[in-house]
Ligand binder design. Structure first.
Ligand SMILES: [Zn+2]
Length: 257
């Protein structure tokens, strides 16, 4: 399926947290959007690969995606290899998106950093006809990096005020990841001895205050552009503006220091 925007995450739930509001907004504008998780989330502290797959589908519906898919790269071992690049090249050529979203290249989770490198390489390589995947070569117009744990000075911020409530619904689709003191613990390896329950707060997303932090971040970036909620993005190249008078409308008065 041909997509306008395709977002890659190392794990299911990465994209919802970093650019979910923007994907909801784009779908509302009539664009076809998609999400690809490089892994199935089998080594996540909470839940199992099966639960993650179900939650991923629920979140895809909340985001209004035209396509969503999990690849089979091992969770916790997302490595920068030629084989993995080829898997991502094949997805880019299959969907021919104008814009690709990737995780920011610096992050606390090594899978996120490696996913960033893999997607960046694949976006370029997908345009080289001599790299054979049995598909036509295609290079997206832009690679845009999304913020996860570590902050960056954004190149631009997208107003997601009207999409924010729906973004939080998409995040809540990952119910197994959240703080639930009474929740039964599940394991993806039934033959293994039962693992002791992880203490609450062991994972970032499982902290009781996690959703508050997501909202606070969206408010903070919204404040930078004079709206209620925003999501920050980074591009490595200068942005081309044809008509600065039209581009910098009255709403930019908010941003004069
Ligand atoms: Zn992740």
């Amino acid at each position: 399926m041909i997509l306008d925007a395709l977002a890659f995450g190392a794990h299911a739930d990465d994209v919802e947290l970093s650019c979910g509001g923007t994907l909801i907004k784009l779908a509302g504008l009539g664009y076809k959007t998609g999400v690809i998780a490089l892994t199935r989330g089998e080594t996540g502290t909470r839940g199992s690969a099966e639960i993650r797959t179900r939650e991923f589908a629920d979140a895809a519906e909340a985001l209004g995606l035209a396509a969503h898919k999990m690849l089979d790269i091992p969770d916790g071992r997302v490595e920068v290899t030629w084989e993995n690049k080829l898997k991502i090249i094949a997805e880019i050529r299959a969907h021919r998106p104008r814009i690709v979203f990737a995780p920011y290249w610096t992050d606390r989770h090594p899978d996120h950093e490696n996913a960033s490198q893999l997607v960046r390489a694949a976006v370029y390589l997908a345009g080289l006809a001599k790299i054979e995947t049995g598909q036509e070569a295609f290079r997206p117009a832009k690679l845009v990096f999304c913020q996860s744990r570590f902050e960056f000075e954004p190149s631009f911020v997208v107003d997601i005020t009207d999409a924010h409530r729906q973004k939080m619904s998409a995040i809540r689709a990952y119910a197994s990841q959240f703080f639930r003191p009474d929740a039964p613990q599940t394991s993806s390896a039934p033959s293994a001895p039962a693992a002791p329950a992880p203490p609450p707060g062991e994972t970032l997303i499982a902290r009781p205050e996690f959703l508050d932090h997501i909202e606070a971040r969206d408010r903070r970036y919204g404040a930078q552009i004079g709206v209620k909620f925003g999501e920050p993005f980074l591009v490595r190249e200068a942005l081309k503006v044809d008509d600065p008078v039209a581009f910098f409308g009255p709403e930019y008065r908010w941003t004069i220091p």
